[in-house]
Design a binder for this molecule. Structure first.
Ligand code: TXA
Ligand code: MG
Length: 311
């Protein structure tokens, strides 16, 4: 299927990806069409190992080697200057390519069997929630893709950390499961806060578009007093979902409460499934409690913020 240019949804350790032969521009264009993804948003290329990654770049700095040795296979994506082998459609015309080695047996075996790199963004319609289970893939993309490989629910639950190594100073483009301090321990200082794209300023990474990873319902993020927010919306007769860390999230008429784990990794694994579930139950609003503003929760706060409806 991959070799003939088809689109295959695959499990990875983070979320499901929609894979195609990364060296076949027509196949990769099919990914953009299926997702409704703007052609300006480049996709990640998944490879079998560091040696395969080096074939797709024009420069492989020592920092890349150190990080790959430590974190691959795993949820770290490295952005590097690309080689001419990578089709333009993959990188949205950028001079760089994003690479990672997924830590999932199914993904690894497919790359090995196809004997080529796989371009794979998350397997969801553009701007919507990433899928962490086959049902999520099908509810967004059924009829638009050729095959889904079912690996059960994904273990990680949020997308990989994206680190730009293409310019003088390494920079986090998307926070994820691998924390900045773990990266800094190997390669020294990195820029942690990717500046948000403002107005017409060029976007360093298109995934930084502020509304992204969003459920269908309108979503508000609150630091405190979530219960009052939920009650106020429910009194207006709205169906409300409540993502809560509290022991006793109260369920009233028209309120569906889902309790999230207080452990950051466990919460990440559950987060998108909880949002998908609230969407499936047709809530009109979601009130999401924000976890603490500490490093381990950074990626989850980032995803919740981007799922927020601007009020
Ligand atoms: O965990 C993941 O990363 C999942 C699984 C399937 O691997 N993939 C994923 O892909 O989340 P996607 O396409 O949904 O997000 C890729 C991110 C986007 O924010 C994109 O803009 C950025 O990586 N990206 C890709 N190529 C880039 C490049 N050359 N320069 C800067 N950012 C890039
Ligand atoms: Mg995505």
């Amino acid at each position: 299927m991959i070799i003939s240019g088809g689109l295959v949804a695959i499990p990875t350790e983070t979320v499901y990806g929609l894979a195609a032969d990364a060296l076949n521009a027509t196949a990769v264009a099919g990914i953009f069409a299926a997702k409704g993804r703007p052609p300006t948003n480049p996709v990640i290329v998944h490879v079998s190992d560091e040696a395969a990654a080096t074939e797709l770049v024009s420069r492989w700095p020592i920092e890349a080697s150190r990080l790959a040795d430590r974190f691959w296979p795993g949820p770290l994506t490295l952005v590097l200057p690309r080689s001419s082998r990578v089709p333009d459609v993959v990188t949205a015309g950028l001079p760089t390519v994003a690479l990672r080695v997924p830590a999932h047996r199914v993904a690894a075996e497919l790359i090995a069997a196809a004997e080529r790199p796989l371009a794979a963004p998350s397997a969801n319609p553009s701007t919507r929630l990433s899928p962490t289970a086959v049902e999520h893939v099908l509810s967004g993309l059924a009829g638009r893709i050729d095959l889904v490989l079912d690996g059960g629910p994904t273990a990680g639950g949020i997308e990989s950390t994206v680190l730009d190594l293409s310019s003088a100073r390494p920079r986090i483009l998307r926070p994820g499961p691998i924390a900045p301090s773990a990266l800094e321990a190997l390669i020294g200082p990195i820029e942690r806060e990717a500046a948000r794209a403002a107005g017409d300023a060029p976007m360093p990474s298109p995934g930084m578009m502020s509304r992204h990873y969003a459920p269908k319902a309108r979503l508000v993020c609150v630091e405190q007093d979530a219960g009052e927010r939920v009650a106020t919306l429910a009194r207006r007769g709205l169906r409300v979902g409540w993502l809560s860390f509290a022991e006793q999230a109260v369920t009233g008429t028209g309120v569906i409460a889902i309790r999230l784990p207080r452990d950051a990794a466990a919460c990440a694994a559950r987060l998108y499934a909880a949002l998908h579930e609230l969407d499936a139950r047709s809530v009109e609003w979601i009130v999401a409690e924000l976890p603490p503003d500490s490093e381990e929760w950074h990626a989850i706060r980032d995803r919740l913020r981007r799922a927020c409806t601007d009020e």
